[in-house]
Write a protein of this length. Structure first.
Length: 395
């Protein structure tokens, strides 16, 4: 036990983290078994030990930022949990059609009350756009209110409008929203730009509330796997759309299915349409995600790399634009946690203390990861044959 503690203390020293210290990045250890657990199970052991109350951080997001910025995760990368996760991803398609609804049931069906308390007024569960002036546009791509983004509501409105402007959305356009969530972008696109939207989700809870929130609008919400949209047949092109958007869904597709995903999108998109892909990304190619995130938050989730996306779109799309505003996810996650923490007194009637620690670890560790720039947030605009004369991004 002593040698395990000494090993962990030496690692933490590289990140300027002290056990028993009083600075934001310092931690308190309540159970000495923590050290062996981390050495044996890596990030899975660290996260589970936090859920069990074995350790605490003065500021969890600051601690994780320090650890990742110092690359300490690499020192415990080879462990039982990571090896098992990689082996599973290599031999099995963890995001097959049969498994498509697993993440919906495990994560998005946790309860609409939880997400309503945590998210903004529109219930947008993707990164807000804090780094640019917010927009108040209705139909003009260049319209801007001229003031800076200061609140979560403003940041999410700015992001939704950014998507509309990037695809050149106009009145009468019919759009496919792959991974529509609670219908936030669909509702915005209809009300602000006069579009009509077909949204698909693998969450029954999301679909139910999305239909309620979009009632009376030209929005169709389907509980449907993306592979079921416009299936390939000998009869030629099926259902097609003027544009496609996919906000925060690609992280659930999985490496083995990237080509299939873009094949479906290619068939669904009209020749002159644009496809905007909004996804978290990672700096290197990988087959699986962090073992703790995989087990407790997003089963089957994996972050793509630029190389993996580039290879998967070959023959299907021209990449017109790639916009990285991953640093904005840090701010978004901190806002989500503040909302969740404030709402906990009423939420705890439905969720236990272990759930609170799990959710806190999820939100704040991810904030630290984006702050360390380990993870990115990309918006990628794709066309089928290239925009004549070149694409103009309205950021």
């Amino acid at each position: 036990m002593a040698s395990a503690r000494e090993f962990c203390e030496a690692l933490l020293k590289k990140a300027d983290v002290k056990i028993g210290g009083e600075r934001p990045q310092d931690i308190a250890v309540h159970d000495e078994r923590l050290y062996n657990r981390v050495i044996r199970y890596g990030t899975l052991g660290l996260g589970e030990a936090y859920m069990d109350g074995w350790w605490e951080a003065n500021a969890l997001d600051v601690f994780i930022h320090r650890v990742l910025a110092a690359r300490l995760d690499k020192a415990i990368e080879i462990n039982v949990a990571s090896m098992l996760a990689i082996a599973k991803a290599f031999f099995f398609n963890l995001q097959s059609s049969k498994r498509a609804f697993t993440v919906g049931e495990a994560h998005y069906d946790l309860g609409n009350d939880l997400y309503a308390a945590m998210l903004d007024k529109r219930m947008v569960y993707t990164c807000g756009y804090w780094s640019s002036p917010s927009t108040g546009s209705t139909s003009s791509p260049q319209a801007s209110s001229g003031h800076r983004v200061n609140t979560l509501d403003e940041a999410q409105d700015a992001k939704l409008d950014l998507v509309c402007r990037k695809i050149g959305l106009k009145k009468g356009d019919r759009v496919l929203d792959i991974g529509c969530g609670w219908g936030s972008w669909a509702k915005y696109a209809v009300e602000k730009y006069g579009a009509s939207v077909v949204g698909i989700t693998v969450s029954k809870e999301q679909a139910a509330l999305a239909r309620e929130l979009c009632a009376g609008l030209p929005v169709e919400i389907r509980v449907q796997d993306y592979r079921e949209v416009n299936p390939s047949t000998m009869l030629g092109a099926g259902e097609q759309f003027d544009h496609i958007v996919s906000l925060g869904m690609f992280e659930h597709v999985g490496v083995k299915n990237y080509r299939t995903y873009f094949d479906v999108a290619n068939r669904c998109l009209k020749e002159n349409g644009l496809f905007l892909l909004h996804t978290i990304g990672y700096k290197v190619s990988q087959l699986t995600s962090d073992p703790w995130i995989e087990k407790y938050i997003f089963p089957g989730g994996v972050l793509p790399s630029v190389a993996q996306i580039g290879k998967a779109i070959e023959g299907f799309f021209v990449m017109e634009d790639l916009h990285n505003f991953g640093a904005d996810y840090d701010t978004t996650l901190m806002a989500w946690f503040a909302n969740f923490d404030a709402a906990w007194p009423r939420l705890k009637k439905q969720y236990d203390e272990r759930f609170y620690r799990m959710w806190k670890y999820y939100l704040l560790s991810c904030a630290g990861g984006f702050r360390a720039r380990q993870m990115q947030l990309w918006q990628i605009v794709l066309s089928k044959n290239g925009v004549p004369g070149g694409y103009t991004s309205h950021r």
